[in-house]
Design a protein around this ligand. Structure first.
Ligand SMILES: Nc1ncnc2c1ncn2[C@@H]1O[C@H](COP(=O)(O)OP(=O)(O)OP(=O)(O)O)[C@@H](O)[C@H]1O
Length: 601
């Protein structure tokens, strides 16, 4: 419940006076509904149905103003008032429901944006800990459940107010019978409380089923090529059938819980009405006309009791979604690395790195609970505008070192300085000046032009082609039927791996970075295109710092400095020639191995 209250407080802060106006409107509506019931009294009186009761103080105090009118005008006046009341109530209800929807949608947008921006502001370790599908699930499934819960609870409050008003009215008419109804109501709440607990645990189950569903869908469609080429469709279909069966059971179970509790209320309503009539006539001796009024009031009140119960159950069912959303929000806030709104103000777009990057005795562990280090005691200096290559076997720590150098992760020990400034003080600024091309180049489902302009929105057409020429991509782009206007498929799948790499490389160079990082960025290229890119890198050499991770050692022949990593430590460092000549070193071992591979091919 605590988690839901946090969101209701947020709504309170967000909507302010609007929330109270809407609630006042809803209350006014309940009062109008109550008045329309009270109007039945003069109506019954005029129709001579109140009999001896016309002398009662309650009836006469309501009927008195009417007696001022001529007797022939009394019935039309009451009927007209009744119609006016009904129209006012319906108009008010329509107006309030419109205002509520507007407020609801604005608030949903607010919590959606708030959550999305909080995640964008979170640091990289936050994303390392999270499954992407869980984040998608929260944004697509849990968030609407939360907003539904918030407004269901507001509705619940209003129903409570309405119920209280109607109870007050009933007490005024007959406190004995009202007390009896309330006791019956409380008894029913006690009996049906187990349905609220059941709804809560079904809500828990639904949250975890939806997480599994979303994770499964993301994985299966990402790995669809593997699934199809290895003919594992059947296992996946079986998994899917089982999971969806559980989801179906969960929803059916929840609706069964709700229908049982509603059934209890309906049966109880019938039994109680019979009991009231019997007790009222046999023991309390209430006049039939008063009894009729009370039956009218309770026949309106009882469905409200039933809807209060349904409201509780709905809220109990969405509480796990509130907890999941709030936990994620708190976690992303704790992992915040910058303020999105402040970012563009703080960044100096002309900033360049002049001296270089220095690593002083850095060590890094992905999981501090274990004694395994991804990197250990790294001392390193990368001169500004030089070309540095990082080599090593798979798992040696090359990508981890890059993540540290650009401040995506922080070392547990040691420090990294950019032009003498600790990276944690200038990471946002520094990363703006870095172009990073990863092992798995990512393209958005947009046109080639939009993809290229992602990092440089103002780049001219000429600059785009220049960048494409740099990455040896201009010829294949020219051949595309719509050239730069070609929409590239989901993650750019309509392009080959090598073509994708060249487009991402063009995008990286368009930003005119101060530091260009190529993490296996040319691994999918044929040797002809790789030579083109090497020549292009030679041309820009000296104008920016270039850091290259490469398995193909032929590509780093011209590097100023080669760093050899093994099991998280630097085992060799120097120029290509120096390292190649050190025959007992790891580098010449790697070199020999690759020469052998070339001969075999
Ligand atoms: N997110 C992670 N969580 C836990 N351990 C990780 C994570 N990423 C990498 N590691 C571990 O850290 C070590 C270094 O990994 P890293 O990816 O930096 O190596 P690499 O040299 O770039 O390898 P490759 O050439 O295969 O990409 C490896 O032992 C790897 O298992």
């Amino acid at each position: 419940m605590r988690h839901l209250l946090v969101y209701i407080q947020k709504l309170h802060r967000f909507a302010g006076i609007q929330l109270y106006l809407n609630m006042c409107g809803m209350m006014l509506n309940s009062v109008l509904a109550g008045i329309s019931v009270v109007l039945l009294i003069p109506l019954l009186n005029l129709l001579n149905l109140t009999g001896t009761l016309s002398n009662s103080s309650v009836i006469s105090s309501i009927a008195k103003p009417l007696q001022q009118l001529p007797s022939s005008a009394q019935l039309p006046a009451v009927l007209a008032l009744y119609v006016v009341l009904l129209i006012t109530q319906a108009t008010l209800e329509r107006f309030i429901s419109q205002r509520n929807i507007q407020m609801e949608q604005r608030f949903i947008r607010h919590i959606r944006t708030d959550m999305y921006e909080a995640m964008l502001e979170a640091n990289w370790p936050f994303f390392l800990r999270k499954r992407k599908s869980d984040l998608t699930n929260i944004m697509t499934t849990e968030l609407p459940r939360v907003s539904y819960g918030i407004f269901t609870s507001l509705q619940l409050v209003m129903n409570l107010v309405y119920t209280v008003v109607q109870i007050g009215l009933a007490i005024w008419l007959s406190y004995q019978l009202t007390a009896l109804v309330l006791i019956c109501g409380l008894l029913l709440v006690f009996v049906t409380r187990k349905f609220v607990f059941a709804s809560r645990s079904l809500g828990d189950e639904m949250t975890s089923l939806m997480q599994t569903y979303m994770a499964g869908m993301t994985e299966h469609f990402n790995g669809i090529k593997d699934i199809k080429s290895n003919r594992t469709e059947q296992q996946h279909a079986l998994w899917f059938r089982n999971l969806t069966k559980q989801m179906e059971r969960n929803v059916v179970h929840f609706s069964r819980v709700q229908s049982i509790s509603q059934y209890y209320y309906k049966v109880a309503a019938g039994v109680f009405i019979v009991l009231f009539v019997y007790i009222a006539t046999a023991f309390v001796h209430v006049q039939p006309s008063m009894l009729l009024l009370i039956v009218v009031i309770f026949s309106r009140l009882w469905p409200k009791f039933a809807s209060l119960q349904a409201g509780w159950e709905n809220i109990a069912q969405i509480l796990p979604a509130c907890k999941a959303l709030l936990d994620l929000h708190t976690e992303s806030e704790q992992a915040r690395e910058f303020n999105l709104k402040q970012l563009s103000v703080d960044i100096d777009s002309k900033w360049r790195m002049w001296h270089g990057i220095e690593c002083r005795d850095i060590s890094y562990q992905y999981d501090t609970r274990f004694a395994t280090y991804a990197l250990r005691h790294i001392h390193l200096h990368i001169q500004a505008n030089s070309m540095v290559a990082i080599v090593g076997k798979s798992g040696a720590g090359k990508s981890t070192l890059i993540d540290l150098l650009i401040g995506l992760i922080e070392p547990q020990q040691g420090e990294i300085l950019i032009d003498g400034v600790p990276i944690q003080h200038c990471a946002a600024q520094f990363r703006r000046m870095v172009s990073y091309v990863s092992q798995d180049p990512f393209l958005f489902h947009l046109t080639l032009r939009e993809n290229l302009r992602m990092g440089a929105p103002d780049a001219s057409e000429e600059k785009l082609w220049e960048a494409l020429r740099f990455s040896a991509a201009h010829e294949f782009v020219k051949k595309l039927p719509q050239g730069l206007d070609t929409v590239i498929g989901d993650r750019g799948v309509r392009l080959s791996g090598g073509e994708r790499q060249r487009i991402v490389l063009a995008r990286a160079i368009l930003r005119n970075p101060s530091v260009l990082i190529l993490d296996e960025a040319t691994s999918a290229l044929d040797s002809e295109n790789e030579v083109h890119i090497q020549q292009a890198l030679e041309r820009i050499r000296g104008t920016m710092t270039i850091i290259v991770i490469a398995h193909r050692l032929s590509t780093i022949r011209n590097a100023d400095q080669v760093i050899v990593l093994d099991q998280g430590t630097i085992v060799q460092q120097g120029s290509y020639q120096q390292l190649a000549q050190a025959s007992d070193g790891l580098f010449s071992h790697l070199l020999k191995h690759q020469e052998l591979e070339v001969v075999h091919h």
